[in-house]
Design a protein around this ligand. Sequence first.
Ligand SMILES: [Zn+2]
Length: 269
Amino acid sequence: MLDALAASGQASRFPVDVADIALRVSAQFGWTDPIVGVKAAPITSFEGGLFTVDGGWVLLYNDQIQSDGRIRFTQAHELGHYLLHRTLRNSFSCTDKDMVEWGPGGKQLEQEADEFASTLLMPINHFRALVNDSKIDFEMLGKCADLFGVSLTAAALRWVSFTNESAVLVLSRDGYIDWSVSSDKARKNGAFFRTRGNVIELPAGSLAADSTTASNKHGMAVGTSVWFEHADGRAVLREMKIGCDNYGYSLSLLHLSSGDKVWPAWETR
Ligand SMILES: [Zn+2]
């Protein structure tokens, strides 16, 4: 429907106006418990929430501690709870753990709300058209993030989720991997990190571990075996880095050659 509206010239396609959709979506489906308000609420302990009120629901978002992109994602995440989960609970309070630090191991309802939000804000067909044949790097992903009105982290996660290329996104803090997400191709080639229950230090020799370089959007060549010890010694990957000082973490993107398998010998498949 948003594509059709944009094609008819009635609305610009991006960024998606989540509050407008939230207020009107129940009428589309003929539901009797609409979202009656979308309001800022400066409660420091949460990024967003969805609560029952007289006559329906109210969608709250924190506008004090979040960028515009994160506010938009928060609103879309709460809209996801409304559409998917409102018959399961009377209230949803979501923190930045649910919103920004998503990745493997999250709670199911939170993962579903995140999946809904990224699908609504960054449709894959539009995203694919933007990056078509371009060499991916943080500058390109930054342009996509600006167009979609989301954070760079959200845009990078979305790209990793659909790309056919071999890529690993790593969020690190204080020299350790916080979480990482691999594309399908990277996972099949053994390029992933088991962060759950494991403490994984950033490898020496990686751009991520180099404290003298805060950011390198276009990336540099790093031996694949620096990150993945079982990789062929001749293989090279492209590593990019963005330091997010405001939030105290760094985001790294590892772009491997599609044919490079990094499984230990006994795990080769
Ligand atoms: Zn949530």
